[in-house]
Design a protein around this ligand. Sequence first.
Ligand code: SAH
Length: 267
Amino acid sequence: MLPGWVWLTGAGPGDPGLLTLHALNALRQAEVIVHDALVAPAILDWANPAATRIDMGKRGGTASPSQRDISLELVELARAGKRVLRLKGGDPFVFGRGGEEAQTLAQHGVPFRIVPGISAGIGGLAYAGIPVTHRDINASLTFVTGHDPKGRAPALDWQAIARGSGVIVIYMGMRNLGEIAGKLIAAGRGGDTPVAIVQSASTPEQRVLETTLARAAAEAEAANIGAPAIVCIGEAALMRQALDWQALATGEPLRNTDPLGLGPAER
Ligand code: SAH
């Protein structure tokens, strides 16, 4: 029997057009596909129809399986000689526990390949017309998870984040958004700091809320914006006024091509 292996692969934020060629190749060749709830159905449509699909997000309506069970299932499948595609939303190494899964494979001597994907915090925001860096805005970028393993806002140096980072991007941030916004404001970030929240970025269900740090949590709740959503805090969120290319494609005019008031961008 030929030894199996695992492709530990990022599926991107949703639009199948954001898959890499390596990911598509793995979708076509894999005998077993182990995917998360976050992987869009439109992406699984590209899989080999003969492949077995295992949804690790929800199995038979029961609670999601533990990380240990998922990692060990990958080991078992590969040991049974299967070509296994482990498909995760976004990038497998960005708040995706891909590092832990790869480590389990390494510890069990299972061959694996890593296929990076487009992370929601970059590509998802790009689909809302938000550049995560812009020369007029920020020379650094902070990615934050909105909750620790217990579900609480993570214990971070919020003072340093509030002061040191022009743009803050929060993954899994909806549940603790009010608390996080409060910590950033207490640390000196203005309550009027622009915020954009992008739900289901790059999918047909994409919705975007433009708000401010002080109002973000209440407005998100009122607008019923929920997971999966990516939160962008900082002036980058204003650039959507100029760069909402999806609105442009549907014939809407851009609202303001110079949201920072700095003149021609090609200066
Ligand atoms: N590995 C993923 C992140 C997994 S954590 C990546 O690199 O993108 C899950 C969080 O990612 C969600 O709570 C949300 O904050 C974000 N996310 C993933 N897909 C998203 C999407 N299509 N739209 C908005 N946020 C998304």
